[in-house]
Design a protein around this ligand. Structure first.
Ligand code: HEM
Length: 144
């Protein structure tokens, strides 16, 4: 179990770090046409590389290893339901980051810096909420 919990924590750190980096990368691509500085590779941009080669695989590994810990632990407590609700919203935010990234690829002029800032705030709140829930393990009567 300790192997899966360790894998869970290491992969969620990669997932969270790359997710928090993405809005800044996406806003950077859009505000400055920095294609000149971007290494010519199959990903086309550093943001696309972070999204496809780091954030998404890390998300899948964090979710799979967390599920294995859940099954081995047979943890069916209210705090875990609260945590998984927040994790679901984190997965939705991950998808929205992908949509914003696709938006930059079509180089349309509609400014997205505001959406990137909003996404950053939502990501910090969700990650803070998840880590508080899993470390504090609030009892049923403490949850809203
Ligand atoms: C579907 C996704 C996930 C599942 C099924 C899951 C499940 C679990 C389970 C069962 C544990 C063991 C809890 C315990 O008994 O102490 C755990 C630990 C943990 N999880 Fe997750 N988790 C998921 C996603 C995440 C995410 C996205 C984060 C952070 C953003 C996270 C943060 C943590 C932390 C920090 C611990 C260690 C808690 C401790 O050592 O007490 N998990 N997870």
């Amino acid at each position: 179990m300790i192997w899966f919990l360790t894998l869970h924590i290491i992969t969620l750190i990669f997932w969270c770090a790359s997710l928090l980096y993405l809005p800044a990368l996406i806003a950077g691509i859009h505000s400055r046409s920095i294609a000149l500085h971007e290494p010519k590779n199959k990903y086309g941009s550093v943001a696309r590389f972070v999204f496809t080669a780091i954030a998404t695989p890390a998300a899948l590994l964090a979710i799979m290893s967390g599920t294995v810990v859940f099954l081995l632990n047979r943890t069916v407590e209210v705090w875990l339901i609260g945590k998984l609700t927040l994790v679901t919203l984190l997965v939705v935010s991950h998808t929205l980051a992908g949509l914003l990234l696709m938006h930059t690829q079509d180089r349309s002029q509609k400014p997205i810096a505001g959406w990137c800032r909003l996404l950053s705030v939502v990501l910090w709140c969700l990650m803070g909420g998840i880590i508080w829930t899993v470390l504090a393990k609030p009892a049923a009567e403490m949850l809203p």
